[in-house]
Write a protein that binds this ligand. Structure first.
Ligand SMILES: [Zn+2]
Length: 118
């Protein structure tokens, strides 16, 4: 068997220098509850659909007016109970929204390998 150079050759070809990577700034949004700026993907987007329905937007692509909140139960609770979310969305949020958003973050943060379940 000729397990000589070819295999190890390929293995060593990974470029290990990361000094010249292009700086890519991720878009940031701020949480409506605590005002912390984070990358969009770190935040939970809540969207008000044109129909007036308010819901969590797991994909970040739902059309409508969006607001962002940390994927944190405290922030979600504050955003809703203090009215920051309804102010941002310019509509009263439905009563069940807190539970819906809470379910989103709790299932998400357990994350023991259950990814891609959307
Ligand atoms: Zn927050």
């Amino acid at each position: 068997m000729a397990s000589r150079s070819s295999a190890s050759d390929l293995g060593e070809r990974t470029p290990a220098h990361g000094s010249k990577l292009p700086v890519r700034r991720a878009p940031t949004r701020s949480c409506v509850a605590c005002r912390t700026s984070r990358e969009k993907r770190e935040l939970l987007r809540v969207v008000r659909a044109p129909s007036g329905a308010v819901r969590a937007d797991a994909t970040g692509r739902v059309a409508g007016r969006g607001a962002y909140v940390c994927r944190d139960l405290d922030c979600i609770t504050n955003a809703i109970t203090r009215g920051a979310l309804s102010r941002a969305l310019e509509i009263p949020v439905p009563a069940g929204l807190l539970e819906e958003l809470a379910a989103t973050v709790t299932t998400d943060s357990i994350g023991g390998g259950t990814r891609g379940q959307e």
